[in-house]
Design a protein around this ligand. Structure first.
Ligand code: FE2
Length: 232
């Protein structure tokens, strides 16, 4: 069985289109929208393909109309791009996002899975990469063979006791210094990490035509081309 893991698409449709994989099951780990400016086709792709999907903090913020305060860097970009999400999503797409659960638990091929965007103790917001000591503490109250997460935009695989923690990295906004779209595949119990180039220029052109402020387009351009979060 081939299980596709995607996370943190962030309204980047050209990046999501680069995930050209067949699969038996598709797990979508949240943050389908926000930051980017083409949320509609991303939500439709998830609706069509996800076997299981959960909400991320940015899906939650868009659905609940959380006002992003301005500022610089990522916060500034979210503040500039968030109003455009609701303008571009139709009622059924917003309804789909609003019904996404915060966690999902299920079994595949005899293994128990838990999906959560950030961490099991703080499903939407805790920022935790591959720190084995902290994961060991968190997993004391979790009974799952595989825990799938997103949120940090940093791909990793970590074995903690009997549990494997997997983060596929970010499809639409990588932050590990590699600008290529990131996702993972679990096949026969083994995790494979994949990177594919996509047309970043097409993403930026769409952002420019969306009405996003020019400074925000420039910030996104630099972030997407370097694969690094902005310094400020
Ligand atoms: Fe994210």
């Amino acid at each position: 069985m081939k299980i596709l893991l995607v996370a943190d698409i962030h309204s980047n449709w050209p990046a999501l289109q680069a995930v050209n994989e067949t699969f038996d099951a598709c797990l979508v780990l949240g943050d389908i929208v926000d930051y980017g400016t083409d949320p509609g086709p991303c939500v439709d792709w998830v609706r069509r393909n996800a076997t299981y999907a959960i909400r991320g903090n940015h899906d939650h913020a868009v659905v609940q109309q959380v006002v992003a305060r301005g500022g610089t860097g990522l916060k500034g970009l979210a503040a500039a791009a968030r109003p455009l999400q609701r303008q571009q999503l139709d009622r059924s797409q917003l309804k789909y996002l609003s019904k996404l659960p915060v966690t999902q638990s299920f079994r595949l091929e005899g293994l128990s899975y838990l999906m959560v965007h950030a961490t099991p103790r703080d499903p939407l917001d805790e920022y935790l990469a591959n720190d084995a000591d902290i994961w060991r503490e968190i997993l004391q109250s979790v009974d799952a063979d595989v825990v799938c997460v997103g949120h940090t935009h940093l791909p990793f695989e970590l074995d903690v006791g009997k549990t494997k923690v997997v983060n596929p990295g970010s499809v639409g906004q990588p932050r590990d210094g590699d600008p290529r779209c990131s996702y993972a595949v679990i096949e026969d119990g083994k995790v494979g990490f994949h990177r594919v180039e996509y047309d970043i220029g097409a993403t930026i052109t769409q952002m420019r035509s969306s009405g996003l402020a020019p400074w925000a387009v420039q910030l996104a351009d630099s972030m997407l081309r370097t694969g690094c979060r902005p310094l400020l």
